[in-house]
Design a protein around this ligand. Structure first.
Ligand code: TK8
Length: 358
């Protein structure tokens, strides 16, 4: 059964990637002759791009849309730099979890990582506004906010912490899995030991629902589920599939309780060494690969549910009434963080969402 699922998911993923890649990448340009003004301008620009090999690490697998996005990024950087800038990709937390890799960027030991924004609240607490449950109805609303003034304001807070934020990629809408029971009602959370990201909003929100939350690095989750140190976890479907959580989690409840973005981060120590041409290559590639990644992520998350059911997961929907009840129970936690973060930014966030809904 499982081998069949893997072969299927690999096949589907490759075909969706091929379909998507047809839309990316620029063709080869014919080099203008060397004596023309264009040539000297191009040579001047080219001279501003140095031979470099940079390390980019992520927590998810190569087959996950985040991994595929990173591959696209490396291709685009190579293309735009005429092969001078090589991006070495490290998947599946080879270089550590989101927090560890972000610290490595701050120390200048690594150049790029793409963490979930939730563990970044320890660096910039304002990122907590993105952890408010049931904030977005769909990915497009999230795009409007993240690619808009609120998203930019949050990125602009990073240089003071040794980080440069270029853009946002998509992790997605999170759903609960567990080994105990289907979670259909707010009260079904009672007593469930749930792994959360290292994030105060998530911890306090699950505690408010009566669960017993434990913060943990992503790379430790599978083992904690398998050994029943925790009963459950929550992630988008593409991650539940790519990390084979269906092998140790019989129940999948479509809570869609919060949307998590990824932030595309670069070490400021490294960034400050770059020429404007090199900075433009990295930024343009991160944004272009990000568009590809978001689209692929939505496609894979759209397809994964049937494969997870085929892999044996018992899936239950959660009604809008029960989601509203959960949101009501959690509200005091959100009010507390909203006050801590500051009403202005929170008001702006809701105004941007309203605008996106028009
Ligand atoms: C991977 C994490 C993961 C996140 C989590 O490094 O920790 O559950 O959803 O995607 O960023």
């Amino acid at each position: 059964m499982k081998k069949w699922v893997n072969r299927l998911s690999a096949g589907v993923l490759v075909s969706s990637m091929l379909a998507l890649s047809a839309c990316g990448g620029g063709g080869n340009q014919t080099a203008p002759s060397s004596s023309t003004p264009e040539a000297s301008k191009e040579q001047a620009a080219d001279s501003k791009i140095k031979e470099r090999t940079i390390k980019a690490g992520i927590g998810l697998n190569e087959d996950h849309p985040q991994g595929q996005g990173l591959k696209k990024f490396a291709e685009l950087v190579a293309e735009k730099s005429g092969g001078k800038i090589k991006v070495q990709n490290f998947y599946a937390a080879q270089l550590g979890d989101d927090k560890k890799m972000t610290e490595a960027l701050q120390g200048g030991l690594q150049e790029i990582t793409i963490p979930s924004t939730s563990p970044m609240t320890g660096i910039v607490k304002e990122y907590s506004i993105l952890d408010f449950p049931f904030l977005f109805n769909n990915g497009e609303e999230a795009d409007a906010v993240l690619d808009g003034p609120v998203g930019q304001q949050l990125l602009d807070k990073l240089p003071d912490h040794g980080l440069i934020g270029l853009t946002y990629w998509e992790n997605g809408f999170r759903n609960l899995t567990n080994s105990k029971r289907p979670v259909e009602k707010a009260e079904d959370f009672q007593g469930l030991k749930i792994r959360t990201m290292q994030n105060a909003v998530h911890l306090e929100a699950f505690a408010k629902l009566g669960a017993n939350p434990t913060p943990m690095a992503f790379s430790e989750v599978f083992t904690a589920l398998e050994s029943k140190t925790v009963d459950g976890q929550e992630n988008p479907l593409a991650t539940i599939e790519s990390n084979k959580f269906y092998e140790v989690q019989p129940y999948l409840s479509m809570t869609q309780h919060v949307y998590t973005p990824f932030a595309f981060l670069v070490s400021k120590k490294f960034w400050d060494q770059l020429s404007d041409e090199e900075k433009a290559i990295l930024k343009d590639s991160a944004i272009e690969a990000g568009k590809y990644q978001r689209e692929l992520n939505r496609q894979v998350n759209g397809e994964a549910l049937e494969r997870l059911k085929a892999a044996g997961m018992k899936v239950n929907e959660v009604s809008a009434e029960e989601k509203a009840k959960m949101n009501e129970i959690i509200k005091p936690v959100i009010d507390k963080f909203a006050a801590e973060i500051g009403e202005d930014l929170v008001k702006q966030l809701y105004a941007e969402i309203e605008k996106a809904r028009k």
